[in-house]
Design a protein around this ligand. Structure first.
Ligand code: ZN
Length: 319
């Protein structure tokens, strides 16, 4: 039986139903395997070392707006030292300021390999993605709707900068470069790489799992599990670090300490765990619409090692 981290009635009910002969699909492992296949078959992505990429899952409600996936870079250098300050509205004089600080990336090391990029996928939302009525639909006329998911995976890989400078910058319509740009040229390039990948006749076993929405996967495999951080729903993010010996300057104003988060700054294998993800129970009737939505933690359950060995499929990629 899976161990339930913060068991509510909903989780007991669903998790006990998940014990069946089928091995639960490890969605992030499947995506990781697929990424290995993609970078082998698409020359424009061959610079990517997938062993330096960690795929993990976040919770994203199905049918709700929000990202399907995000590429997070861990190799950005610390920012220049700086501080926040507050001014008096009338005189314009600075009345107080924060400590000096820099913003740093956390480090993640898995199997003694430093990780350069994290790519997160939001479950169950990602599994239910479709080309229909999406921004990328125009690039995929006559293509099966599930290819939207393959597109998103290639899209996130394409965000990895070929010159190891963080997130790829793309020229915007106004000529400026931005790491946030997703103009038509970006989407078109991604779609051409997706089509190129499919033309190489990859083994359907590599991508077939993308055909199914979340409910179908749960039914076929008896459950959907994924790699997450133990700090779930939190995950490694950039943080502010106060400078221990700030540059000397005459102190004229009150200095506010930097609020430091209690998130770890260094993560290893020990900070990862396998979680089962559940769909939100369908709301029905008037009373259901007034019911509070279950928290994200209650829509997932941590599996211990024995449960993973007994109930989840084995990783298939072995390098
Ligand atoms: Zn993007």
């Amino acid at each position: 039986m899976p161990l339930l981290e913060s068991a509510g009635p909903l989780m007991h009910e669903v998790a006990s139903g998940a014990c069946c002969a089928a091995r639960m699909i490890n969605y992030t492992d499947r995506i990781n395997d697929l990424m290995h296949d993609i970078v082998m078959r698409v020359p424009a992505l061959s610079y990517i070392d997938v062993s330096r990429v960690l795929v993990f899952a976040r919770y994203g409600r199905a049918g709700a707006d929000g990202a399907f996936a995000t590429c997070h870079c861990l190799t950005l250098p610390p920012t220049e030292p700086g501080y926040y300050y507050w001014r008096d509205r009338e005189t314009g004089r600075i009345t107080r300021r924060s400590e000096w600080f820099v913003v740093k990336c956390p480090s993640v090391e898995i199997a003694r390999t430093p990780i350069h990029y994290l790519i997160s996928f939001t479950l169950p939302r990602f599994c239910n993605q479709s080309l229909e009525r999406s921004r990328k639909e125009e690039f995929y006329r006559g293509v099966e709707p599930w290819v939207a998911k393959l597109d998103t995976i290639v899209h996130e890989l394409y965000h990895i900068d070929p010159d190891s400078n963080g997130i790829r910058t793309v020229e915007r319509r106004d000529g400026a470069c931005s790491a946030l740009s997703h103009g038509p040229a970006f989407l078109q390039t991604v779609s051409s790489m997706v089509k190129q990948y499919l033309r190489t006749n990859p083994d359907p076993a590599c991508y077939d799992f993308l055909r199914y929405p979340f409910a179908d996967l749960s039914h076929r495999f008896g459950g959907v599990v994924a790699t997450t951080f133990r700090t779930f729903p939190s995950f490694p993010q950039r943080y502010m670090e106060a400078l221990s010996s700030p540059p000397t300057e005459p102190v004229h104003v009150k200095i506010e300490p930097i609020k430091s988060s209690n998130r770890p700054h260094h993560y290893t294998d020990a900070d990862l765990c396998i979680r089962q993800f559940f769909d939100e129970p369908a709301a029905s009737g008037r009373s259901a619409s007034h019911r509070a939505r279950p928290s994200v933690r209650l829509l997932t359950a941590v599996l211990d090692e024995r449960a993973v060995a007994a109930a989840c499929e084995r990783p298939r990629h072995t390098d």
